[in-house]
Write a protein that binds this ligand. Structure first.
Ligand SMILES: O=P(O)(O)OC[C@H]1O[C@H](OP(=O)(O)OP(=O)(O)O)[C@H](O)[C@@H]1O
Ligand SMILES: O=C(O)c1cc(=O)[nH]c(=O)[nH]1
Length: 227
């Protein structure tokens, strides 16, 4: 019998932890603008996790359980972190899985070795890309391409948080032939926040409007309006 916590428990607990450490921000008045151009009333700051050792330990234990369940025990040879926010999580996961680690720059350094991948990457290595989060997943393409150009086989990427609302994220992942694995989504957060009355109902309803129609909400609030 498996000793791994089931995925529903992981999702609810991870959402609760992220709320508790205030990694989840809500602001419908002044929307956040994402790297990809979407406007949003919510923002997830996974970078805060590094400063909370107990939260960090629980989330990294969940990460390993998810990776072992969804990808396998002997299916990965190395773990690569995406610059910037992915790097600390890749380090902790590589340590737990007793695997080598690399990190991938957003672009080549520009001088010296001009490296985009730091650390040792060997030809044919099966590399898991680790990142903090995915919105529509578009920025994963750059990291995956760099790893593949360096000789890696990349079939999976793990993130702590997946927005879980942009239909394009599946399309983007399929286009680069990568499966996305995550601990929780905004839907898990909404449920936990409502059940535990973390925020007033007005805030939660506005968030729900965005979750149900992120493209329409973005377009009406000064962000990108199409994929
Ligand atoms: O759904 P996606 O298109 O993959 O986008 C999400 C990525 O964008 C942000 O990184 P960003 O490059 O802004 O910052 P960082 O240097 O802090 O990682 C965020 O931290 C995610 O890693
Ligand atoms: O896409 C982004 O830029 C982004 C969204 C988000 O919720 N959190 C973050 O750190 N970046």
């Amino acid at each position: 019998m498996s000793t791994l916590p089931d995925q529903a428990t992981i999702a609810a607990t991870a959402a609760k932890i992220l709320l508790e450490i205030k990694a989840l921000h809500f602001n419908a008045e002044t929307p956040f603008i994402f790297t990809s151009g979407w406007a949003s009333p919510v923002y997830t700051d996974c970078r805060r996790i590094v400063s909370f050792p107990r939260a960090r330990k629980a989330l990294m234990d969940f990460a390993v359980a998810t990776i072992e369940r969804e990808i396998g025990y002997e299916a990965i040879d190395a773990v690569a972190g995406g610059e910037t926010a992915g790097i600390p999580f890749a380090a902790w996961i590589a340590d737990r899985l007793e695997l080598p680690m690399q990190y991938v720059r957003k672009k080549p350094k520009g001088f010296g070795r001009n490296a985009q991948i730091e650390g040792l990457l060997t030809e044919g290595q099966r590399v898991l890309l680790v990142e903090d989060l995915a919105t529509d997943g578009k920025s994963k393409e750059n990291f995956v391409t760099a790893l593949r150009n360096g000789g890696a086989q990349v079939t999976d990427t793990f993130v702590i948080f997946h927005y879980g609302i942009f239909p394009q994220s599946k399309v983007n992942m399929d286009a680069i032939g990568v499966r996305l694995h995550a601990l929780c989504t905004w839907w898990d957060v909404l449920k936990v926040a409502r059940d535990n009355r973390y925020f007033d109902e007005n805030t939660l309803s506005e968030v729900e409007k965005f979750l149900n129609d992120p493209v329409g909400w973005s377009s009406a609030h000064g962000g990108k309006s199409s994929m």
